[in-house]
Design a protein. Sequence first.
Length: 159
Amino acid sequence: MFGKLLLMGIMLVQHHVCAWNPVGGQIKTPWAEQVTSENVWQSYPRPRLRRSEWMDLNGLWQYAVTPLETSKKSVEFDKEILVPFAIESSLSGVQQKFLPSDRLWYRKEFSLDRSWKGRRIILHFGAVDYECKVWLNNRLVGSHKGGNNPFCFDITKYL
C-alpha cells in the first residue's frame, strides 16, 4: 500500500494538540533559535552512501505517556513532540521527565511517493533510549535495545 502509512513505536525510559514551540527557553544557541517544526535536523542516515531519493521523518509526531502496563490499543495520542529531540529537552516542545514506570509512545503518519513502489524501503533510527518496538500499519516490524546505537528495519513487506 503506497497511500498513508502509520508508524508507531514505544520507548521505555527512566491535553491538547497545539503548535510546536520550545519549552523553557534553556537552550539559547544560534542553531537552536533557528529550529522550527519544518526546519529540524535534516541529516542523511548514511552520508557516504547517499541516495537521491530518501525521506526524512524528523518533525512533529504525536505522542503519549502511559503506565508500563498500558496496551497499544488503549493509547490516546493527544500531544505533539518535535523529533529527533528527547522528550526531556526544551527543543522537543515538551520538556517532561519520566519515571521508570512510564512508557512513551510515538506515532507518525506519512505517505510514500508512488515511484517508490517495488523498491526496498529501510527505516533508520539514529538512536532510541533505551528500548523500542516498531509497528507499521498495525503490524509489529521489530524491536531494539541499546541507548545510543543506530539501527534500521527493512519495512518493505509491511507496506
